[in-house]
Design a protein around this ligand. Structure first.
Ligand code: PMP
Length: 391
């Protein structure tokens, strides 16, 4: 009736009305006192949410790919070695980005749904000196979560910088950047951070900044060079006007709003909620008789679930029927199995009612696509698990 659909893809997500109101506020000058205040607050809040009190936040106009690019463009120099831990599509993207900077990339891949073991990672680190280790916290193509704390500890042990692609994890999965010693944690606005697409966000450790300061060669990416952005971020942190490239004023006001909401709720509570909803959703999917991509429970993400179509169910039929109930999920992304699975995002402002609507639509679409199962089993399982976790 309202003419809107429930957006359950892994980004962009459904946003809080207050965040959307900030998007439609009157656009001010980027040096207006009110905007300087908002930008400064947003940067301070990032340090709290990233749990990186000594970190240096950066916010620039761009998507998550720019955040990936900015992180390594500033840290690597031609001829350096980088180790990419890949659990899907976005691991391959990191390899492509690093190769643009004439870096020698070693990529560690696991079969679909698995993660490279810590032993494999340690062996790689023992055999060669790496400047940087990158990992995708949650690969959005598979819903697989890597154990970033342990990998960051290994990188540190072998004197490499660690970069966490947290595009699909920041504010939805546990990350203690400073305590775990991760050198860069990067993300994009449109996911669990809860702001429309358009912002590349990252927090760099003191060691990362020092590494950049010690470079022998210029950063070969003009837009992403911290030399251009560091003074700007520092100025806003000190509530002073500054300019390098015009900041996306409304997006940054929306960022301040969303980070304030997250911070008021408390990052630990927020993550716990993601965990509860994801856990109940996965049980519901299993009760219907469907399989998810991650092989082990502990490798499954809080922020999205990637589900194989059951035998005999065609992608086109499933998605057509799902959209009849005004629920939008994402198709597969991993090229080799693209048509064999779908993905449901559940992060940010998502509620249990959104999940119930989604499960109901999934059950409907499965029935219409010819799959036989006990009708309502997904919904009742979800309710049972969620209710018990809330008691
Ligand atoms: N990394 C991960 C894990 C992602 O999920 C995405 C986007 N889906 C990206 C990087 C790239 O982000 P963007 O599409 O905003 O460039």
């Amino acid at each position: 009736m309202k003419g809107r659909k429930l957006l359950m893809i892994p980004g962009p997500i459904e946003f809080e009305p207050e965040v959307l109101r900030a998007m439609s506020a009157v656009t001010t000058s980027h040096v207006a006192p009110s905007f300087i205040h908002s930008f400064g607050n947003a940067l301070d809040l990032m340090k709290k949410i990233w749990l990186a009190p000594a970190g240096q936040p950066f916010v620039v106009a761009g998507s998550g790919t720019l955040a990936m690019d900015m992180a390594v463009a500033n840290l690597v120099e031609a001829g350096d070695n980088a180790l990419v831990i890949s659990t899907g599509y976005f691991g391959t993207r990191y390899k492509d980005i690093l190769e643009r900077y004439q870096v020698n990339v070693t990529i560690l891949e696991a079969p679909v749904g698995e993660v490279p073991s810590l032993e494999t990672i340690e062996n790689a680190l023992k055999n060669k000196a790496y400047k940087v280790v990158t990992m995708t916290h949650v690969d959005t193509s598979t819903g697989v979560l890597v154990h970033s704390k342990e990998i960051a500890a290994l990188a540190k042990k072998y004197n490499a910088l660690s970069v966490l692609d947290g595009v699909c994890s920041v504010a939805g999965e546990e990350i203690k950047q400073e305590e775990w010693g991760i050198d860069v944690v990067l993300t994009a606005s449109q996911k669990a951070v809860g702001v429309p697409p358009g912002l590349a966000l990252l927090v760099a450790s003191e060691k990362a900044i020092q590494t950049w300061e010690d470079r022998k060669t210029l950063v070969s990416n003009y837009y992403a060079d911290w030399k251009n952005w560091l003074p700007i971020m520092k100025a806003y942190q000190e509530r002073k006007p500054s300019y390098f490239g015009t900041p996306p004023v409304n997006l940054i006001m929306a960022l301040e709003t969303s980070l304030r909401i997250i911070n008021e709720e408390g990052i630990a509570t927020r993550i716990q909620k993601h965990k509860q909803l994801a856990g109940a959703f996965r049980e519901a999917i299993a009760a219907i008789g469907l399989k998810i991509l991650p092989i082990k429970k502990e490798d499954a993400a809080n922020t999205l679930t990637a589900v194989y179509y059951p035998e005999g169910v065609e992608m086109a039929s499933f998605l057509k029927h799902l959209s009849k109930l005004d629920v939008i999920v994402a198709g597969g992304l991993l090229p080799e199995i693209k048509t064999k699975y779908f993905r449901v995002g559940h992060m940010g402002a998502v509620t249990s009612s959104d999940m119930i609507s989604t499960l109901s639509a999934i059950e409907f679409a499965l029935v219409k696509s010819g799959f036989t199962f006990k009708s309502g089993i997904g919904l009742s399982t979800f309710q049972k698990i969620l209710n018990s976790s809330l008691e």
